[in-house]
Design a protein around this ligand. Structure first.
Ligand code: TXE
Length: 481
């Protein structure tokens, strides 16, 4: 059985306590590797290696840091097929999606920040000839980076790239459910000749390795993406140590379809925004609101398309919906289907394990894409993040009601609005309380824009110069003239 070690100080090391966790392929239920079940000792070693590497890395010219990041991007690209397959096997996502979304985005993350640091500027404030203030942007030190299992390499590199581009060294803890692409990335970082200790990867569970990182006194910055409950724990550990913290948490995103929308486009994209990556994307639009005049037509077409989605072997390039990440997560998501019935909802399609799976996938965690109608907006199914292939559809009667429904959530990550009325699009976009509003599209991402959530979807913004600001400290120097 393959063993996944920690990557510390440029080398692979077994966990200090010698304990391992099983890594399971969620499409088959088979164990595919054992990963280091790291604890505070491993994290201490990784933080020490990062701290040792920091003085020389922060002094490395931006052009050289940029060259090294571009080298990793090239290596990720050269190993594209292998990484896509590993990601699919580890997470259950269709390999076609890993090829279309995850791996290309990992490459873009490195290229984007490698070149962004060549264009960074800082401010200068002149005091009428009496003094000159200028702002230095300096790296923070050892960055703690904690990432989830739904977009493993995509989100890990979204953190590592800006962190090290800005001159920090990092200790990254990938999700214990999806360690494989992070491990391969460590090998590629070594091949790219990133200096030892600049990138360290500690594998293991959140409450052990993750908590050791968020409460480590020598880690002044934490970037976390994951569940809202875990985010509260990260904040509680980091708060007393006054760390810089960025939290990208859950969502229960509204997808609002007005009667004047391009219905073909709205239906097609709503299928993706509901079920892409089995609905396991924080940006998925899990609450669909449709203006009553087109509610029946939208629903007919949407349910019809949902039933045609190909659920099955993630390795088959034609598969559109793969397996959920784990048995525990499958039970959670399936539990919400039961709850939807108890809350008076009508299951219009899906809600079961697919009946016709091949033998190889019998132990996998598959759920048919599920559409639920007739629920009350205040019930648990419409309030709690399900994070699976389950969407609700609800009619509305006015712009004000659509906005009230959209905002009737503890979360505030993203929203989609479908309309051909430009004035309405701007009005509704401004009125929805969330970090990103897409008009007539979904998941169209420009890496320069601020990205993050309001309310229980997190704090802070990453993306573009917001990321470089987060991963640096601003220092004002005042020179008397
Ligand atoms: O994620 P966790 P879980 C949501 C989604 C899902 C729920 C729970 O609703 O059903 O969260 O998922 C590490 N200190 N999202 O429990 O635990 C953990 O090891 C430090 C939304 O699987 O939040 C992993 O590396 N770290 C989401 C990372 O946190 C800790 C993506 C995320 O895992 C820790 C995933 C601790 N105490 C789930 N406990 C999104 N925003 O995209 C865990 N971790």
């Amino acid at each position: 059985m393959k063993r996944v070690f920690n990557f510390i100080g440029g080398d692979f090391h077994p966990p200090c306590a010698g304990r391992y966790l099983p890594d399971v392929d969620p499409a088959t239920g088979e164990e595919i590797a054992e990963i280091a079940d790291s604890d505070a000792k491993d994290v201490d070693a990784a933080v020490a290696a990062a701290a040792r590497a920091f003085p020389s890395w922060r002094a490395t010219p931006a052009e050289e840091r940029s060259r090294l990041l571009l080298r990793i991007a090239d290596l990720v690209e050269e190993n594209f097929d292998e990484l896509a397959l590993l990601e699919s096997q580890d997470s259950g996502k269709p390999v076609a999606l890993a090829r279309r979304l995850d791996v290309p985005r990992a490459i873009r993350n490195f290229r984007f920040f490698a070149t962004a640091i060549l264009h960074a500027e800082t401010k200068c404030h002149s005091m009428d000839g009496a003094a000159l203030n200028y702002t230095l942007r300096q790296p923070v030190g050892v960055a703690g980076l904690i990432s989830p299992w739904n977009l493993p390499l995509y989100l890990l590199t979204w953190k590592i790239a800006p962190a090290i581009a800005a001159g920090n060294c990092c200790v990254a803890k990938p999700s214990e459910l999806t360690p494989l692409t992070a491990n391969r990335l460590a090998e590629l970082a070594r091949e790219a000749e990133i200096p030892a200790g600049v990138v360290n990867i500690v594998q293991g569970r959140g409450p052990a390795a993750g908590r050791a990182l968020t409460s480590h006194p020598d880690v002044p910055l934490i970037s976390f993406t994951g569940g809202t409950k875990t985010g509260a724990d990260v904040m509680a550990a980091a708060g007393p140590l006054f760390k810089k913290v960025s939290l990208e948490l859950g969502g229960k995103n509204p997808n609002v379809v007005f009667a004047d929308a391009d219905l073909d486009a709205a239906v097609a994209t709503s299928i993706s925004s509901s079920f892409a990556n089995q609905g396991e994307i924080c940006l998925c639009g899990s609450r669909i609101f449709v203006e009553r005049a087109i509610y029946d037509e939208f629903l007919d077409r949407f349910v019809d398309r949902t039933k045609k989605l190909r659920v099955g072997d993630p390795r088959d390039p034609a598969t559109e919906v793969g397996a959920l990440i784990s048995e525990a997560h499958f039970r959670k998501v399936a539990g919400y289907v039961d709850l939807a019935k108890e809350e008076g909802g009508e299951i219009l399609c899906g809600g079961k394990r697919p009946a016709d799976l091949p033998d190889r996938l019998r132990g996998g965690w598959f759920l048919e894409p599920t559409v639920v109608a007739g629920l009350d907006c205040s019930g648990r199914v419409m309030q709690e993040e399900i994070f699976g292939p389950v969407v609700t559809v609800t009619p509305f009667d006015s712009d004000d009601q659509a906005v009230a429904f959209a905002n009737g959530s503890r979360y505030g990550l993203s929203a989609s609005v479908w309309t051909r009325d430009l004035a309405r699009a701007h009005r509704v976009a401004a009125a929805i309380d969330c970090g990103t509003v897409w008009v007539n599209t979904w998941l169209l991402r420009d890496l320069r824009v601020p990205f993050g959530g309001m309310k229980e979807s997190g704090i802070g913004r990453e993306g573009g110069f917001d990321s470089l600001d987060f991963f640096t400290e601003a220092k004002n120097v005042c020179v008397k003239l």
